[in-house]
Each structure stands twice: as structure tokens, then as C-alpha cells.
Design a protein around this ligand. Structure first.
Ligand code: ADP
Ligand code: MG
Length: 256
């Protein structure tokens, strides 16, 4: 299967600043990719570029076989720290229903299958009981579940999640984590950013970034002590975080 995303010598600028230096990476289709790195290391920038929200300054980036562009219905993007403008009179059901907009087209009314999709997504994210609440009346974890529900309501083949589990209570985190693991079962490529080594280790593919992509590959090849020390700077983490082998080195004992 071709990779869902291929980046070669990708550079992305934000204003005057280069937010992601010369980077090579791939994102395999139909599996979970974790983008990990310290604060300001370009994780959100990379997702933005894939979603077509930021142009690349140089290099080549292919997303689902094409140049990334805005409003690709097959890409669902759940942004980091999405805040609701105060007084936005949007209910949970309406917010989740917005995920159907790209498929409805202009001025088309939701059909019964669109409503069904909204009902199913609310059930999967355990927010059915909140359907008539306004977004402003929700906790952070509840709101994050609404945004993920909106994302999966779309007719998408790629789901981008910017720090979907950061700062969530354990139940919200578990619910969203189960979605992350279910989506690939129907062929969807899931890409998430995280600070959490455990979360990255549980992914099928990892992109480690520190202002540029340090490594892109299977977790056991990327999350090595050497790569992590490069990305995080030696000594910036507790010794156990970096120095302890994340994947025990295999011992091939030829004496037996
Ligand atoms: P991460 O998501 O890993 O924390 P970002 O992709 O948000 O990192 O940021 C990468 C770099 O781009 C940082 O140096 C950051 O300061 C800069 N940056 C992020 N957002 C903006 C912005 N809106 N305008 C200008 N620079 C930005
Ligand atoms: Mg970010």
C-alpha cells in the first residue's frame, strides 16, 4: 500500500521563522502514527502542513497522492486547544453535525443517514447525554470528545489529532484512545501528536521532531536513547526517561 503522506526536504515557515527545517518523513496508510517532540518542535506545524493549513516553503509533500490543500473532505483535523468564543450558541449535536458539512454540500439539508452518523459518533464518544448542551457548558475533556466526534463524523480516510490526550481525565482519555485504535480497522490513517513516550510507543509508526524530523519509522527504531537525547537534548529529561532502554536490546546469544 502506498504511504498516505510522503515528505521530502520539507521546510515550513511561520511568519519570519522557520518552524520546521529540512525534513524527510512518511506516514503509512491505515495505521497509527505518533508525532512526538518537545514544545515548539514543529508537531502542530507538521499537522498543519499535511492538512493544507500552512504552505510548505520548499521540498515536496504528498498527502493521499496529491498536494495538500485546504478543505480536503477526506482529512478530518481535530485542532489543539480549540476554544469556543464565549456565547457561541452551538449545541453538542450541532457541533458534531458540522462534521457532515463537507459531504452535504452547499445548502443541502442533512439526510437521515447524516443524522444517523451524528448519533453513532456521539455514542462512540460517550456524549449522547450531552447532545443538547452548549459547548461553552462542557469540561475540557467533554469538549475534546465533541471535537473528536465531529472529526469521525466526516467522510474521512485520515484523522489528524493535535495532542488529543493532553490534559484529559482518564475516562475522556480512554474513550478517545479507543477511537484512535478503532479507526485503522476501517482503513483510516490516524496521525496524532503527543509528549508522551508511552503513547508514541503504542503507535505503529513514529515521527520524532526537534525543529526538524530527527527520525521517522517504527517505534522501536525511532524511540532509541540516542534519538531521544538528540531531540530532547541530553540531560533535559530525568535519567530514567532517556537513558533507560525503551525497547530492551535483543540479546542474540549464540553460545546456546
Ligand atoms: P509544537 O506543536 O511541537 O509545540 P509548533 O509547531 O506549534 O510546535 O511550533 C513550531 C515553531 O513554530 C515554534 O518555534 C513556534 O514558536 C513557532 N510557531 C508556532 N505557531 C506560530 C505562529 N502562529 N506564528 C509564528 N510562529 C509560530
Ligand atoms: Mg503543538
Amino acid at each position: 500500500m502506498p504511504d498516505a503522506v510522503v515528505g521530502k526536504n520539507v521546510v515550513v515557515s511561520r511568519g519570519e521563522r522557520v518552524a520546521l527545517r529540512d525534513s524527510d518523513f512518511v506516514i503509512p496508510q491505515g495505521s497509527i502514527t505518533a508525532i512526538i517532540g518537545p514544545n515548539g518542535s514543529g508537531k502542530s506545524t507538521l499537522l498543519h502542513a499535511i492538512a493544507g493549513l500552512l504552505p510548505i516553503s520548499s521540498g515536496a509533500l504528498s498527502v493521499l497522492g496529491a498536494t495538500p490543500q485546504l478543505s480536503q473532505p477526506q482529512i478530518a483535523y481535530v485542532l489543539q486547544y480549540t476554544t469556543i468564543p464565549k456565547g457561541t450558541p452551538l449545541t453538542v449535536r450541532e457541533a458534531v453535525g458540522m462534521g457532515r458539512y463537507p459531504s452535504l454540500g452547499l445548502l443541502r439539508r442533512p439526510r437521515s443517514q447524516d443524522k444517523q452518523r451524528v448519533v453513532q459518533a456521539m455514542e462512540r464518544l460517550d456524549i449522547t447525554h450531552l447532545a443538547d448542551r452548549h459547548l461553552a457548558e462542557l469540561s475540557g475533556g467533554q469538549r475534546q470528545r465533541v471535537y473528536v466526534a465531529q472529526g469521525i463524523t466526516q467522510d474521512h480516510s485520515m484523522l489528524l489529532l493535535d495532542e488529543p490526550l493532553t490534559g484529559l481525565d482518564i475516562n475522556s482519555a480512554k474513550t478517545i484512545d479507543s477511537i484512535i485504535h478503532e479507526e485503522p480497522e476501517r482503513g483510516c490513517s490516524v496521525v496524532l501528536t503527543t509528549h508522551d513516550l508511552e503513547e508514541a510507543r503504542a503507535a505503529n509508526h513514529v515521527i520524532l521532531t526537534d525543529g526538524h524530523v530527527v527520525a521517522s519509522g517504527p517505534p522501536e527504531e525511532v524511540l532509541t536513547a540516542t534519538n531521544l537525547a538528540t531531540a530532547y537534548g541530553l540531560g533535559s529529561l530525568h535519567e530514567t526517561d532517556v537513558a533507560a532502554p525503551l525497547f530492551p536490546t535483543e540479546h542474540h546469544d549464540h553460545d546456546h
